[in-house]
Write a protein that binds this ligand. Structure first.
Ligand code: SAM
Ligand code: SF4
Length: 348
């Protein structure tokens, strides 16, 4: 931990616990992303090394503690909550947490959602829908089963496809996420888009972000989405639209397919000015920015007292340190990640 706040220890109980969280730059924090585990049943080459050392299980917050923390954020104005990871659906008994958090939908929380690799979705989709999950993101970087195995190292495309179908059958709106990777899927993006749009799904493309050591050289994988867009425009008509999902994606509507395509471009276009989110890890560390190392230890505050006032004060202290933006750059000389922790720790 880089920084352990102490201010909450002397905090007076808050009178107005529902006061919105406003950061030093006037941005309201209304979106919490929670990495419920750093573990995963895949080893995507841009995300993890093959032999990852995961956090010791004893350091993890219990599901009850995660519920209490999330509920504290909802009481303080969070309206959208996304469970992610690692792979959220590999955390044992994760559906207990989903079921518990679903009580807030419609009373404080507008949306409970998750980002998943889809491997465990087929058996969980119906229950997710029953818990009020209306939209999910599924990550899929290629439609070729052999390439899928190559990029995920351990994944099976068939299972993910079954998961997508099960989610759709349960009435959940699925959005696909694909990381744009040079020499890997750069020429497959039109096909991915036609597939997604043909099945009634939006597709969002993501630039690789330099987070954590992965065995791969990020400069070899990086593909600017400005180039992807330019190439797509040779075949398709892309109309910019103001559609937003509460995330950093900027959307276009593709005239030929009638579907939506999103671009998440942390490197070519900085999306920080409208950042409304913070990220919680499975050990209770709060990162106020995906691209910075500064963090707050909420686990200590959580365990110090049953009174949520202390937790609330610790959260306020953390929000007061939310930085203006990230400093992602691909370091071409040192070829080191800009942020040492992996995406699977903070959840993307
Ligand atoms: N396991 C789930 C999944 O793959 O959807 C959730 C966690 S994963 C870390 C969340 C998203 O981050 C995925 O869409 C993944 O492709 C993306 N991601 C992982 N590492 C990344 C990186 N270094 N740069 C950009 N996106 C990354
Ligand atoms: Fe796992 Fe998601 Fe990272 Fe792939 S991107 S290794 S599925 S956490």
């Amino acid at each position: 931990m880089d920084h352990t706040p102490a201010d909450w220890q002397n905090a007076e109980p808050l009178v107005d616990r529902a006061a919105p969280m406003i950061d030093p730059f006037g941005r309201a924090v209304t979106y919490l992303r929670v990495s419920v585990t750093d573990r995963c049943d895949f080893r995507c080459t841009y995300c993890m090394a093959e032999n990852m050392t995961f956090l010791p299980k004893k350091d993890l917050l219990t599901l009850e503690e995660l519920d209490r923390l999330c509920s504290a954020f909802i009481a303080k104005g969070v309206r959208k909550l996304r469970l992610t990871g690692g792979e959220p659906l590999v955390r044992k008994n994760i559906m207990h947490l989903v079921r518990g958090l679903s009580r807030h939908i419609g009373s404080g929380l507008d949306e409970l959602t998750l980002t998943t690799n889809g491997s465990q979705l087929a058996r969980n989709a119906a229950e997710l829908a029953d818990c009020g999950v209306r939209r999910i993101n599924v990550s899929i970087d290629t439609l070729d089963p052999v390439k899928f195995k190559t990029i995920t190292r351990w994944g099976e495309l068939d299972k993910v496809m079954d998961g997508i179908r099960a989610a759709q059958a349960a009435g959940i709106h699925v959005k696909l996420n694909a990381v744009a990777l040079k020499d890997f899927n750069e020429h497959e993006i039109p096909e991915l888009m036609r597939f997604a749009h043909g099945e009634g799904m939006d597709l969002t493309l993501i630039e690789t972000m330099p987070m954590g050591e992965t065995d791969e050289d990020r400069t070899d994988q990086y593909l600017p989405l400005s180039l992807v867009r330019q190439r797509l425009e040779e075949q398709f008509t892309l109309d910019d639209i103001p559609y937003r999902t509460g995330g950093p994606a900027r959307y276009v509507e593709v005239r030929e397919t009638g579907g939506r395509l999103g671009f998440i471009t942390p490197l070519t276009h900085n999306f920080c000015e409208s950042c409304n989110r913070v990220r919680l890890t499975c050990t209770g560390t709060l990162y106020m920015c995906l691209g910075q190392d500064d963090a707050a230890d909420l686990r200590t505050a959580l365990r110090a007292s049953d009174d949520d006032a202390y937790l609330s004060a610790a959260i306020d202290e953390a929000i007061s340190r939310k930085p203006k933006g990230h400093d992602f750059i691909i370091d071409r000389n040192h070829r080191k990640p800009a942020v040492a922790r992996h995406m699977s720790v903070t959840g993307g």
